[in-house]
Design a protein around this ligand. Structure first.
Ligand SMILES: Cc1cc2nc3c(=O)[nH]c(=O)nc-3n(C[C@H](O)[C@H](O)[C@H](O)COP(=O)(O)O)c2cc1C
Length: 219
């Protein structure tokens, strides 16, 4: 069973696990933190003692406090955290970083991690990160419809926080979490972000992204 924490139309409070279940809870790292909306939605699920593996997906810069924030949220709603993974994927704003990842070697490594987790007998796990967590910082990039927009509505449907007006397809800057999903899902490549701001963001993380990082397993 897959539960999509990015679905704004789901209530989540009717979802409950049992002690016999094993869950994989995955979130992207945004600014070294878990997305607040995903943490809030996870909090409505009843873990009831189910074992879980946490997966923080990050774009080769850093995942910082993402996993500890997920650990705290998962425990709070009743999951037993048995393992955690920091997994590298192509950066969703600056696609030249970690481009093409996860690749076949990442996939092999993740399959190996799954075997190690399945063979784990105890529940103790030490997860890297700081408490209190680092301050959340928005990317401040709000995609806008361009002249190529045909008003098909794919962007509004795919927005995890219902930030896109279904009539004029502009995004509410206060609600937008800059996840870039509307851009990715636009069949006409008609949503754009400010190119100068993307270039500045790319420069700011250039050094941190200069070496290719390996995914990590914490048992
Ligand atoms: C708003 C935002 C903030 C991000 N912050 C980070 C970050 O702090 N460190 C990092 O390595 N990647 C960061 N990324 C890249 C994503 O973590 C990565 O591309 C994502 O996990 C891929 O999954 P997705 O395509 O489902 O978003 C960020 C991406 C976005 C959209």
């Amino acid at each position: 069973m897959t539960i999509d924490l990015s679905n704004p139309n789901s209530d989540f409070s009717d979802i409950s696990f049992t002690k016999e279940d094993m869950a994989v809870i995955a979130m992207p790292s945004f600014g070294g933190r878990a997305p607040a909306i995903a943490i809030e939605r996870l909090g409505r699920i009843a873990g009831n003692g189910a074992r879980c593996t946490l997966v923080a997906v990050y774009g080769n810069r850093a995942y910082e406090d993402t996993l500890v924030e997920m650990e705290d949220a998962a425990k709070k709603c009743g999951f037993q955290v048995v393992a955690a993974i920091a997994a590298v994927a192509q950066h969703s704003i600056i696609s030249k970083y970690a481009s093409g990842r996860p690749d076949s070697s990442d996939e092999k490594q993740l399959a190996q991690f799954a075997k190690q987790i399945a063979g784990k007998k105890d529940c103790a796990v030490s997860i890297p990160g700081n408490r209190p967590y680092k301050k959340p910082g928005g990317a401040g990039l709000v995609p806008k419809p361009s002249k190529d927009c045909v008003k098909c509505g794919a962007c509004a449907k795919s927005c995890p926080v219902s930030a896109i007006d279904p009539d004029n397809f502009s995004a509410n800057a206060k609600k937008c979490i800059s996840c870039m999903r509307c851009m990715k899902n636009c069949p006409h490549n008609a949503r754009k972000v400010n190119g100068t701001m993307v270039s500045i963001a790319a420069m700011a993380i250039k050094k941190a992204c200069s070496t290719s990082k390996e995914s990590e397993l914490f048992l």
